[in-house]
Design a protein around this ligand. Structure first.
Ligand code: NAP
Length: 305
């Protein structure tokens, strides 16, 4: 009998994972915020995933955090700023050797969770898959991609990677997951805040080549200083490639701001600036970018963190 996949957060990525695991016949349970959200979910009749224009509903079982069933494997699919508190509510239900898969973007939330659960195995994920919510309990699978999983403390892959294979979730085990997370963070810092400040698609940054190059130089210095030289390699080339390849797209931060949603700034640019301060590195353009971005968020009535 397979171990149940408890999925915390039925948003874009949570739904994407839950639907694919469930359709492969694997046991899945969704943990929703509270009774109100559970009632709303139950009246919708399940999770709806729209993929290649086809719509299918998966009647995955839902529950609230105070349900009694022990949790052996938890996929954490909340935003970075919600992860720690959402997991804390489940503390009583986590078995001592529970495995957590942390899907959060950026850095900082993973360490906060790991520090809270010293006996748990915390696996980190970095994904290039893309999905968005079209409404409550309805998600569009917008961008096919790949998910790298790794455990900064133990290099051995877990046996349940077979479940991901069965579910058709493209993935690979990574022995350098921190390098991947740092690299993704650096790409994000070089692109996303500027798309908010210039109110443009990613391609619009081709008009701000010098500013992007200066940020890449500072980010590379930061990565080297934080013991991540591999994440710094040819950073500017990759940033330029991404800007070109995704020219027509709006960045995730742009979309959050456009939809008046809280951003994950504290786990991206905020984390980078904090790391620079900790290492007494002077990175004036990066620090100035943070000031400009926070000003923009405040001007729009959005949280600064
Ligand atoms: P999302 O659509 O906003 O979903 C987050 C979900 O977490 C929401 O359903 C929210 O509940 C739920 N949640 C928050 N606190 C909770 C709690 N205490 N108990 C139960 N549920 C709780 O976010 P997302 O886009 O899937 O992103 C999740 C993470 O993946 C982020 O760090 C993001 O950067 C990363 N990521 C996303 C994508 C993507 O394409 N979406 C791609 C790569 C990485 P409500 O529904 O009640 O608000």
């Amino acid at each position: 009998m397979s171990t149940t996949w408890h999925i915390l957060g039925a948003g874009s990525l949570g739904t994407l994972w839950a639907a694919r695991l469930a359709r492969a016949g694997l046991p899945v349970r969704l943990i929703l915020r509270n009774q109100t959200r559970l009632a709303s979910y139950q009246s919708a009749g399940g999770l709806t995933l729209v993929e290649h224009g086809e719509t299918r509903t998966y009647p995955v079982i839902g529950e609230t955090p105070d349900s009694q069933e022990p949790i052996h494997r938890l996929l954490v699919a909340c935003k970075a700023y919600d992860a720690e508190a959402a997991i804390a509510q489940l503390q009583q239900r986590l078995v001592p050797n529970v495995e957590l898969i942390l899907l959060q973007n950026g850095l900082g939330s993973q360490d906060a969770v790991a520090a809270q659960l010293t006996q748990a195995r915390c696996l980190f994920a970095s994904s290039t898959e893309g999905a968005f919510r079209e409404g409550d309990w309805r998600v569009v699978f917008a961008g096919h991609g790949y998910t790298w999983l790794g455990d900064a403390a133990h290099p051995t892959p877990p046996l349940w990677l077979d479940d991901l294979h069965a579910a058709g979730i493209p993935h690979a085990w990574s022995t350098d997951i921190l390098t991947r997370l740092w690299r993704k963070l650096a790409l994000n810092c070089a692109i996303n805040p500027l798309t908010v400040l210039y109110q443009c698609r990613n391609g619009g940054l081709q008009d701000h080549h010098c500013e992007v190059a200066t940020l890449c130089a500072e980010l590379s210095e930061l990565l080297e200083c934080c013991g991540q030289p591999a994440a710094a390699l040819d950073l500017q080339d990759e940033v330029e490639r991404v800007i070109h390849a995704t020219a027509a797209n709006y960045s995730s931060m742009y979309q959050d701001v456009a939809n008046a949603r809280r951003t994950e700034i504290s786990y991206l640019l905020g984390y980078a600036c904090h790391a620079a301060t900790r290492h007494q590195l002077n990175l004036p353009h990066l620090q100035q970018l943070q000031v400009r971005l926070v000003d923009e968020l405040l001007a729009r009535g959005l949280p600064r963190d």
